[in-house]
Ligand binder design. Structure first.
Ligand code: PGA
Length: 247
């Protein structure tokens, strides 16, 4: 099995019910994309989006709790996301790691919870600009992969997204060689640890736009993208889906 191609959108804390018109536009403009398409809206929209997308676009959460239920005000269990119609959940996004001080161990525990609930975990890793400048990128990615991806991960239940922190929302991207270097490292690490490590989908994320998508998708071991700002509007996300379909 080759890695599946995945165009994933992360709406972050953006969007209301009116925003679901973008789903209608994507479905109309891309009735049969040549890749999987996932959108992770705010939790308030998961149920309505899943109903609207009719399985043609997958719906995901942006975080889940490691426990199945209990006294955790404001948190959401993986099984609740699944119940609302989600099939995926983003875990360990750098904004969660920064805003909520999430550690690799917490991300791994959340991934276990996601797997137990039947969700695909989209686990994010990425270096800060200071770490890249200090020549630590490959060590940071290796450590995050080792710590954030649980032993039960498989190509069917886990997707890895490489998102350099300094490229998120900045309009800056690594060079193609820099992306290639990290993706090759991730492939090697996963293949060394998991029987089906060659088959995990590896996404690049950080300032992916219609104008740079095709070039990024041509890089070895890049199987798709995790897209923030450019996933909010069908007119931007549509061309990214088309570029991945053609890759
Ligand atoms: P961006 O965000 O595409 O707006 O840079 C990517 C992400 O944070 O997933």
């Amino acid at each position: 099995m080759a890695p599946r191609k995945l165009a994933a959108g992360n709406w972050k804390m953006n969007g209301t019910l009116a925003s679901l018109a973008e789903i209608d536009r994507l479905l109309a403009d891309h009735p049969a994309p040549g890749c999987d398409v996932l959108i992770c809206p705010p939790a308030t929209l998961v149920h309505a989006m899943a109903a609207r997308a009719q399985g043609r676009i997958a719906t995901g959460g942006q975080d889940c709790h490691a426990r199945t239920s209990g006294a955790h005000t404001g948190d959401i269990a993986a099984a609740q996301l699944k119940d609302a119609g989600a099939s995926h959940v983003i875990l360990g996004h750098s904004e969660r790691r920064t805003d909520h001080a999430e550690t690799d161990a917490q991300v791994a525990a959340k991934a276990v919870a996601a797997h137990q609930a039947g969700l695909v975990a989209v686990i994010c890793v990425g270096e800060t600009e200071a770490q890249r400048d200090a020549g630590q990128t490959l060590d940071v990615i290796s450590a995050q992969l080792a710590g954030s991806v649980p032993d039960g991960a498989t190509a069917a239940n886990t997707v890895i997204a490489y998102e350099p922190v300094w490229a998120i929302g900045t309009g800056r991207t690594p060079t193609n060689d820099q992306i290639a270097e990290v993706h090759a490292l991730m492939r090697d690490r996963l293949a060394a640890r998991f029987a089906d490590g060659a088959d995990f989908a590896l996404l690049y994320g950080g300032s992916v736009k219609p104008g740079n998508a095709a070039e990024i998708f041509a890089i070895p071991h890049v199987n798709g993208a995790l897209v923030g700002g450019a996933s909010l509007k069908a007119e931007d996300f549509g061309p990214i889906i088309a570029a991945l379909s053609a890759a």
